[in-house]
Structure formats: C-alpha cells, structure tokens
Design a protein around this ligand. Structure first.
Ligand SMILES: NC(=O)c1ccc[n+]([C@@H]2O[C@H](COP(=O)([O-])OP(=O)(O)OC[C@H]3O[C@@H](n4cnc5c(N)ncnc54)[C@H](OP(=O)(O)O)[C@@H]3O)[C@@H](O)[C@H]2O)c1
Length: 280
C-alpha cells in the first residue's frame, strides 16, 4: 500500500472523540494549527459546554479551520444510534465530502470503569456490559458509521486508535480497561488486513496527566499500581497532554509506522517503574 505522505498538508475532515478534555482537547488544539485552511474538525464527546470552550480556544488560535461540535454518547449502542452520524454532520453544515483530500477518525474517548475490584470481582453484568459498550462496541459502531460515509479508497482514509500500554501488559485493577484496549488493537489489525488502503495508527501515549490518570491514581485498588504512579509523578515523568500530542504528531508526520501496529510512546521511560513496583 502506498503510504500517504505529508498527512498534515492535506485538506482534511477530522473527527476526534473525547475532545472535551485531556489528550483529545490538546489534540484538537494542535491539529487545528497543523492542518491546512478549510479543513474541518469535528469535536465529539458528551459535554457540549466543555467542547464550546475548546472551539473558542481554537478560533482564537486559527480562524481558518471549521470547528463542529457533535455531542454523542459512545455507550449508547441501541440500534441505529450511530447510523448516519457523519452524513448528518456533512449535510447540516453544508459540507461536501468530495472537498477533502483526506478524512481521519481519532478514537480517543475512554472511560476506565471500575478500578476498585480485581479481575475476579466483576460480577455485575450491567456494569461490565456498559463498560464494553462505551469502550469497544460503541467505538466499533462509530467506526463503521464513519466508513459508511467515507467509503472507497479516495480520499485518503486514516484512523488513529488511541491505545494504552495496558493493551499489551496487564494493569492491575484495570481488567476491563486492559481487555478493551487489547480488543481494539486487534480489531484494527483485522481492519488493516481487510482494508489495506486505510492507514491505521495504534498509539499508546504514555502516562499523561489528565482526569483519567488522576482518577486512576486516587481510586485504583492496587497499592502497587498506586505506588508506581506516585514514583512516576514524583520523578516528573508524567507527560503533559500537550507533550503526548506532540509525540503523536511526530509519529503521524514521520508516517513510518506499520499499519495497525501498536506504537508505544516512551515505553522505556516507564519500564523501570513497572519492574520495580509490579514485579513483571
Ligand atoms: N492519561 C493517560 O495516562 C493515558 C495513558 C494511556 C492511554 N490513554 C488513552 O488516551 C485517551 C485519552 O485519555 P485522557 O487521559 O485524555 O482521558 P480523559 O481526560 O478522562 O478524557 C476522556 C474523554 O472521553 C470522553 N468520554 C468519556 N465517556 C464518553 C462517552 N460515553 N461518550 C463520549 N465521550 C466520552 C470524555 O468526554 P465527556 O465526559 O464530555 O463525554 C473526555 O473527553 C484514552 O483513549 C486513554 O485510554 C491515556
């Protein structure tokens, strides 16, 4: 497959999930200045007020990009909920999909689920189902909806699957999160074999100082995991969301990754903490 070069030079339609805060917000702010004028950025999450703030910040940075807010709940996997989402974004905003050289979907949205129990303690079917609805089923349905709108090899189609080191290495108290991330990585590996013209980056950002990480530090039932994060934080090794996004942008710009292969950002930086505290 021909690798699309210069991703950030192409007039693009980009949708980012989980764009109301954290890494998704930083990504939206950075992408807005990286992509050429007349590109369209769709911010997706539940909190419209927070996305309005992101949009205002973007407009002060660059007036040349169109920012659209699309509220959705990725956990709503009822029949039909995801159908036509992107068709409606295009028609409601009078945008023609043929105007773009590239379309990109960033799967960044996340919840970490119950962190106060071990793998053997997940006994509540509704909670387990709800977890995978948001983090796996909803993502798959949104992805299919996107590719129903943007079918065929032209324009260039790109997916960024925001993964985690937990997809590859067990994270105590995060059984659902780890399993969900691993399943997503494999889903995109399958997609890459079925649709070789889709360019897919699976990217684990490292330990990043966001609401998600703070919640994990406070609420994990694993004291070893907690101590590990204390060490990472104390040693100043947590990334800011901006730094993690800079690393992501670098990988996309280089465009040398193998399709759908897990790219672990700054993996070695965290190895010593894992070996010391988790002992594996
Ligand atoms: N932070 C880290 O250390 C770290 C490490 C490894 C991987 N990652 C990955 O990086 C990505 C971003 O994480 P983050 O740390 O930035 O998380 P975060 O600050 O908790 O942000 C999560 C985002 O997901 C959205 N979201 C949550 N539930 C949703 C739902 N049901 N429907 C739609 N949107 C929903 C939230 O928006 P609303 O509440 O407005 O819906 C929010 O914008 C995730 O995929 C995460 O797994 C993070």
């Amino acid at each position: 497959m021909e690798k699309p070069d210069q991703m950030f030079h192409k007039k693009s339609f980009i949708a980012i999930t989980g764009a109301s805060r954290g890494i998704g917000k930083s990504m939206a702010l950075k992408f807005a200045i990286m992509f050429p004028p007349k590109s369209v950025l769709v911010l997706m999450a539940r909190n419209v007020g927070a996305m309005e703030i992101v949009r205002t910040e973007i407009i002060t940075l660059t007036p040349n990009i169109t920012v659209i807010i699309r509220q959705y709940d990725q956990g709503k996997t009822d029949q039909g909920y995801f159908d036509g989402i992107f068709d409606r974004v295009l028609s409601e905003n009078k945008i023609t999909k043929g105007d773009f050289e590239q379309v990109m979907l960033v799967h960044n949205c996340v919840s970490t689920g119950d962190k106060d129990r071990t793998a053997l303690q997940h006994c509540d079917g509704d909670r387990v189902r709800s977890y995978f609805n948001t983090n796996l089923c909803g993502m798959i349905l949104l992805n299919s909806s996107f590719f129903t709108t943007f079918y065929g090899p032209s324009p260039v189609r790109v997916v960024v699957n925001i993964s985690s080191g937990a997809a590859q290495r067990p994270a105590p108290s995060l059984g659902l999160y780890s399993a969900g991330k691993a399943a997503r990585d494999m889903f995109f590996r399958v997609l890459s074999t079925e649709e070789p013209t889709v360019r897919i980056l699976t990217f684990a950002p490292g330990a990043v100082d966001t609401v998600m990480l703070q919640d994990l530090e406070e609420n994990t039932s694993s004291s070893a995991f907690q101590t590990m994060f204390e060490g990472i934080r104390k040693d100043g090794k947590l990334l800011t969301p901006e730094a993690a996004v800079d690393d992501l942008v670098y990988v996309l710009q280089e465009n040398k990754f193998n399709n759908a292969e897990h790219v672990d950002n700054q993996y070695m930086k965290y190895e010593k903490y894992r070996e010391t505290h988790l002992k594996y």
